[in-house]
Ligand binder design. Sequence first.
Ligand code: HEM
Length: 147
Amino acid sequence: MESALTLTYAWLKAGHVIFVIFWIAGMFMLPRYYVYHQESAPGSEEEKRWIDREAKLRHIIITPSMILVWVLGLALAWTSGAYTEGWLHAKVALVLVLSAYHGWLIGYGRKLAKGERPLSGKALRIMNELPGLATVLIVILVIVKPF
Ligand code: HEM
């Protein structure tokens, strides 16, 4: 019985890390797409291609991956009883920030598809640092478990 639980936990963790990679990789790519999109001429064929690529990245990769990271992460916390530990509370707070950034990226993509370009390429590049920073802190919390 104990080994079945250990095996389930290992599979849940493998799935969790796989979808973490897909989610974060997608969030590194999407603002880059937005920068290239904004460099294309408004109304051009190139702009239409960027709108299509962005929608595919959002619908096929990043949104399903975010949902699976949450579901598998919460299942891991439930199975191991880690939900009482400080490192997990801090981690979930950071994942909430990352999920809010995800929501902002989706909203920004919708504005771009309507022809609006609210931010400069430089501002988008700065925003693009956020998932990297969050990933560094989250991985330290989950592996070092400093508290
Ligand atoms: C709210 C969503 C999340 C929850 C509830 C959650 C929870 C957990 C739990 C309980 C573990 C098992 C830890 C252990 O066995 O020691 C784990 C493993 C892991 N999580 Fe998450 N996680 C979430 C999101 C994320 C995100 C966004 C990232 C990366 C940016 C991430 C990266 C990892 C990694 C790398 C591991 C494997 C650590 C290891 O076993 O050494 N998690 N997560």
